[in-house]
Design a binder for this molecule. Structure first.
Ligand code: HEC
Ligand code: HEC
Ligand code: HEC
Ligand code: HEC
Length: 416
């Protein structure tokens, strides 16, 4: 009897594997009693807003992700890369056209790109208290910060079968930069902000910290893969190291090349610079190990860019550190004091961070933005002050490390 049960489960499991659940499409979520409402439901009546579809289709750039593939910029990219139709070619569609059945591909990045193919959970998820059941039927657990970060990063960094590598960038694709709290804030909200809870006083600061750690972990796994398969992949290195004007009054020469051979290659430090500050503020016990792993990776890259094997194994070790940090911060109770402390840490470290170039400066800016939102007394004034930093970074070719650092210190002082 026992055997029969085992056999039956096995058959069921194989059947599930064999049949990937199908996308229903955003249209299937748009009923006015479901997610297609026009005004948000009151919170005491409904946890969800019920306007998700309207928010997404009207305001969220994800709903236009397929349309941008028809713009002249995409056409030029396709021409350079020899892609006949970006809408159907996986080189573009793998990130821009996801979550819809064949007939609704123009929906771009639809609900199920983030929430998981709904074929199996569509029915069950409309029942009361069905969340756990839905998860077991393939709904993505977007409430879990690590899962959420992995979901966003799958497209906003790339991964298996999804590449914005230097070839795509050189053909005209925008460079990808991501910070989970800032990007979640920038995505027009179709859900209520998480409330502070016991053990999670500042959900957004937790989101930022876990997001930073996950971004490094995923980037290191990608780097490891690139190192083993097609190294050197320029998009893993610091872009502006190669792409900058040559001038006698260079801020790079002024800065020097601490700890490495002048002119040797450096990884994209935007992935680690802010995280190092967060570790100093919120994971002091892991700091020495973390720094040592980073140093081994940096040394491997600058000593010999050709030694892909050493680079891959050093990247793997950094990924393990990053995973440990994400797991730790997922349960850390971040307080306003800690957030302030980490923001002060960014100010203390901004000289080092700014010296890594515009991408690190951008991460520091998004980091300060995310942290200060939790303690700023006057959010409007804070946003205005932060705007100055974002504007400065719009022009990377005129970036000066010292100038940026001075501006950062000043703005951080205003955002109180
Ligand atoms: C790894 C996932 C991924 C792949 C593959 C990808 N893209 Fe993108 N693309 C993105 C993301 C994410 C953005 C948004 C970047 C941002 O604003 O931070 C974007 C932005 C763009 C933009 C700018 C859109 C705007 O609103 O300004 C264009 C154009 C574009 N992609 C075209 C393409 C084309 C053409 C291809 C195929 C040759 C392609 N993409 C492949 C993820 C991807
Ligand atoms: C780019 C990714 C993304 C897309 C696209 C997206 N969502 Fe979401 N959605 C999220 C995240 C992240 C959350 C917040 C985490 C959570 O509560 O599960 C969320 C939350 C929700 C919630 C609240 C869940 C709850 O338990 O409170 C609903 C309902 C929802 N989304 C429905 C939709 C619908 C319907 C669409 C399409 C019209 C859609 N989402 C498109 C990422 C996305
Ligand atoms: C299936 C791929 C995919 C996933 C998953 C995804 N995105 Fe996106 N995202 C894109 C693409 C493609 C664009 C560019 C769309 C455009 O410009 O029209 C984009 C654009 C954005 C933008 C607008 C950026 C800008 O420059 O204005 C934000 C914000 C954003 N995504 C946040 C998120 C967050 C937060 C998550 C995770 C909860 C997420 N995305 C998950 C593909 C994805
Ligand atoms: C190791 C050096 C190196 C690194 C690192 C590098 N690139 Fe490039 N990039 C090149 C070369 C070489 C070309 C081809 C230029 C040519 O053929 O004229 C190029 C071309 C480009 C182009 C198109 C031509 C142009 O200059 O406008 C863009 C855009 C670009 N890279 C962006 C980036 C971005 C963004 C990064 C980081 C994610 C990056 N590159 C990292 C060397 C590099």
């Amino acid at each position: 009897m026992k055997r029969r049960i085992l056999f039956a489960t096995l058959v069921a499991t194989v059947a599930v594997w064999a049949q990937k659940p199908q996308y229903i499409g955003a249209g299937g979520c748009s009923g006015s009693n479901c997610h297609g409402g026009t005004s948000p439901a009151e919170e005491k009546i409904s946890r969800i807003l019920t306007t998700e579809y309207s928010v997404w289709s009207i305001a969220d750039k994800h709903s236009r992700a397929a349309k941008v593939l028809e713009e002249p910029r995409s056409k030029k990219m396709a021409e350079i890369l020899g892609i006949a139709n970006p809408l159907s070619d996986a080189k573009c569609a793998s990130c821009h056209v996801v979550g819809s059945p064949e007939r609704a591909k123009s929906d771009g990045v639809a609900c199920e790109a983030c929430h998981g193919a709904a074929e199996k959970w569509l029915g069950p998820h409309t029942q009361q208290n069905s969340h756990a059941t839905s998860l077991s039927l393939g709904m993505v657990d977007t409430k879990n910060l690590r899962v959420r970060a992995q979901t966003c990063l799958g497209c906003h960094l790339g991964g298996e079968g999804r590449n914005v590598d230097h070839e795509l960038i050189a053909a005209g694709h925008p460079d990808l930069a991501f910070e989970m709290e800032t990007f979640s804030f920038a995505q027009p909200a179709h859900y209520r902000d998480p409330k502070p809870a016991a053990g999670n006083s500042l959900p957004k600061v937790r989101m930022m910290a876990v997001g930073q750690a996950m971004a490094l972990g995923e980037a290191m796994r990608l780097l490891e893969k690139h190192a083993m398969t097609r190294w050197p992949e320029f998009s893993d290195l610091d872009c502006y190291q190669c792409h900058h004007d040559l001038r006698a009054e260079s801020w790079r020469i002024e800065r020097g090349y601490a700890g490495r051979r002048p002119g040797s290659a450096q990884l994209n430090l935007a992935r680690t610079d802010v995280l190092r500050t967060l570790v100093a503020g919120a994971a002091e016990g892991q700091r020495a190990e973390f720094e040592a792993a980073l140093n081994r990776l940096a040394a491997a890259v600058s000593a010999s860019l050709g030694n892909w094997n050493a680079i891959a194994s050093a990247a793997k070790a950094v990924a393990a550190q990053a995973d440990g940090l994400a797991a730790r911060w997922e349960t850390t109770d971040f307080t306003a004091g800690m957030a302030r402390g980490m923001a002060q840490g960014l100010v203390r470290d901004i000289g080092r961070i700014a010296a890594s170039g515009p991408h690190s400066a951008e991460q520091a800016t998004m980091g300060l933005d995310a942290l200060s939102a939790s303690y700023a007394g006057n959010p409007q004034a804070a946003a205005k002050a932060m705007g100055e930093l974002y504007n400065y970074l719009e022009h990377p070719s005129t970036y000066q490390a010292r100038e940026f650092a001075a501006m950062f210190r000043r703005v951080a002082g205003m955002v109180q």
